[in-house]
Design a protein around this ligand. Structure first.
Ligand code: GLP
Length: 251
């Protein structure tokens, strides 16, 4: 695992955007696995700026997103489809037809999970999967559990995740209780995994994920079995991990 420590959120985003853009430059028609949450916002902003300047093109890229709230329409301002459109897709030259997310309004959850796994299989292995990290070590919406869920599945969100995401809604009652998420097999199928973390509130989850035991109780810990993981974090987010003696690559 490669670990890059950056001074602050801005530098972390620039580093992550550099790694992501390198993938697209080397393989312009690649598949990118994309994530939502506040962490990737600065990464998407940086990529969109490079695209606007003509330094980067997503015209041939396909994207597959990790997750979507169940029950939210694509036009709902808190849906992940809306997030991706407004923060990234509408700002770059990607073909909207080449962007995939689970359908939050699907009538039949089991059928939707099968449909999304078919989408992922047809798209092929992502060249890179971008991930944020939940406070409880979740990736996508793979919450702590007794076993790793491999395929796309419908999740009952934990109290910690609902409360963390309340900041985006008018009240906690409005936060959806369920979400579709790509499973662990989908995430691990990417040729490269890029985990972006920022802030002291993530420090504990980072240490538990990358220095503790590999366990479904800390879903991100499974990433340690992936052959090509890059962790990009700011100093605050890496503080607890550093105490464990994990070696750092500084650039
Ligand atoms: C949500 C998303 C995750 C994301 C996590 C952390 O639960 N489903 O993909 O990594 O939040 O979000 P943030 O980056 O806002 O801390």
């Amino acid at each position: 695992m490669r670990i890059y420590e950056e001074a602050d959120y801005r530098a972390m985003c620039r580093r992550a955007a550099n790694i992501l853009s390198a993938c697209v430059i080397l393989e312009p028609d690649c598949v990118l696995g994309l994530a939502t949450g506040s962490t990737p916002l600065g990464i998407y902003d940086q990529l969109a700026q490079w695209c606007a300047r003509g330094d980067l093109s997503f015209a041939a890229v396909h994207s597959v997103n990790l997750d979507e709230y169940r029950g939210l329409a694509p036009q709902h301002p808190q849906s992940y489809r809306y997030f991706m459109q407004s923060h990234f897709f509408d700002r770059i030259d990607i073909d909207p037809a080449n962007t995939e997310l689970p359908d939050g309004l699907a009538d039949d959850p089991a059928a939707e999970c099968i449909r999304y796994d078919t989408v992922l299989r047809r798209a092929g292995a992502p060249a890179l999967q971008l991930l944020g990290l939940g406070h409880n070590g979740h990736i996508g919406f793979n919450e702590p559990a007794d076993a790793f869920a491999l395929g796309t599945h419908l999740v009952d969100l934990t109290a910690s995740t609902i409360s963390a995401n309340t900041r985006f809604f008018a009240s906690e009652g409005e936060v959806p209780r369920q979400a579709y998420t790509m499973g662990i097999a989908g995430i691990l199928s990417a040729r490269r995994v890029l985990v972006a973390v920022s802030g002291a509130d993530k420090a504990d989850a980072v240490a538990r994920s990358f220095a503790g035991p590999v366990t479904p109780q800390v879903p991100a810990s499974i990433l340690r079995l992936h052959p090509d993981v890059t962790l990009v974090g700011d100093t605050a987010a890496l503080a607890e991990l550093k105490k464990t003696g994990v070696p750092f690559e500084r650039v």
